[in-house]
Structure formats: structure tokens, C-alpha cells
Write a protein that binds this ligand. Structure first.
Ligand code: VGL
Ligand code: ZN
Length: 205
């Protein structure tokens, strides 16, 4: 059983958004065309309270993209993004959402960030995603979405750790920083992950 995981395809991560991924909108038609190929489609949604401590605006004298130590963990400070209930937190209107069976929200605890769709950055709490996928009989997880070098990467790494055969669909994701993506892709393949292209999946069926 194969699941397609769509990570954080939200307005704030798209061109014009608060934390825009350059060219991030190019992946949406690819994700849409892949959805009918999968037995199960699941999404994650970055969903921060306005007071979230990953926001530079909540630290006096700090600027976005600086790093701090937050509750013992290195934390990059971000521009305010994906604030619960705001338009920027919505999925792109271009993303097909009818086939999405469940949405796992993350980053809801103001004290800790959550790049992975499975656990917060300190692995203190689970979102329930692994148990959900196991309950559905999923063995293979295909990861798409934004940002390729951050939330897609951490989600894919946790998926491997949870024992799923894990694939990153390279043209179904897009990085915030291209150089970082080269490094995270290597980390992922060294850990046993596979990088595939959408064309090979569409031909395979
Ligand atoms: C993300 C930075 C902060 C992501 C989320 O979805 O990759 N990046 N919050
Ligand atoms: Zn975030």
C-alpha cells in the first residue's frame, strides 16, 4: 500500500507568501497529477499560533533567519508564517484537495517548532501520522511538497525511521535554499531513502 504525503503546500510558502519558496508553485500541477496514482493521499499543514517562538517577531531585537537556542534546541527564526486561521496558512487554491483523506497539523505548540510531519523537532510529541499510516496498512511513503530542504526533508527522514520505504519525488518538491537541498538529499539517500521523478511513477502504473 502506497501513500502520497503532501507537505505544507500553503500560501505562505508559495511566491508572494511570507516565507516564499522560489518557484514553489511549479510543483502543484505535478502533485495534482500524481494523486490518482495513490491508494492514500495525506497532507500536513504548518499551523502556528501567532505567539509561536519560531517567529523572529516574538523575540525582541531579533531578525528573521537568525538562529537562537530555544528550549535547548537550535532554532532558525522565521518571518511570521502559516498563522492559524489566516489566509497564508491555507492550502494553495490550485492544490486538488478532494482526495486528501487526512490532514496532520504541526507547529501548534508555541515552545517548539515542528519541521517533520511525524514529530516536533525535539521528538517530544507525535502528530499521530505514523500510527495513522500503519493503521491504513501503508508500507511505502512518497513525499512531496514544501520546503524541500526543511519540512519535506525532516518528514522523509522520520518516515524512514518509522520503517516505511520512503521516496522523495524530486519534481514534486522545491527547496527554500538550493544548496541545502543538495546536502539533505544526500543525507536522505545515505539513510536508505530513494529519490524518484514523477514521470517514472506515472509510467509505472
Ligand atoms: C517550514 C520553515 C518553517 C517548511 C515550516 O514547511 O519547510 N519551513 N516552517
Ligand atoms: Zn513553520
Amino acid at each position: 500500500m502506497k501513500a502520497l504525503l503532501i507537505v505544507d503546500v500553503q500560501i505562505d510558502f508559495l511566491p508572494g507568501g511570507a516565507l516564499a519558496v522560489p518557484g514553489g508553485d511549479s510543483i502543484i500541477p505535478i502533485i495534482n497529477s500524481l494523486q490518482p496514482q495513490f491508494d492514500l493521499v495525506v497532507a500536513t499543514q504548518d499551523w502556528h499560533p501567532r505567539e509561536h517562538k519560531s517567529f523572529a517577531s516574538n523575540h525582541k531585537g531579533r531578525k528573521a533567519f537568525e538562529q537562537i537556542i530555544l528550549n535547548g534546541l537550535t532554532q532558525t527564526l522565521w518571518p511570521d508564517h502559516c498563522v492559524q486561521g489566516t489566509p497564508g496558512a491555507e492550502f494553495s487554491p490550485e492544490l486538488h484537495t478532494n482526495k486528501i483523506e487526512a490532514i496532520f497539523r504541526k507547529g501548534t505548540d508555541i515552545e517548539i517548532d515542528s519541521y517533520s510531519g511525524f514529530y516536533d523537532n525535539g521528538r517530544r510529541k507525535s502528530t499521530g501520522l505514523a500510527a495513522y499510516l500503519n493503521g491504513k496498512g501503508v508500507s511505502q511513503v512518497y513525499v512531496t511538497g514544501l520546503c524541500g530542504d526543511i519540512c519535506v526533508h525532516y518528514t522523509a527522514m522520520d518516515s524512514l525511521k518509522e520503517g516505511f520505504d520512503t521516496f522523495i519525488i524530486e519534481d514534486g518538491t522545491c527547496p527554500l535554499v538550493a544548496g541545502d537541498f543538495e546536502q539533505t538529499k544526500q543525507e536522505f539517500t545515505v539513510a536508505g531513502g530513494q529519490i524518484v521523478n514523477s514521470a517514472s511513477l506515472i509510467l509505472a502504473k
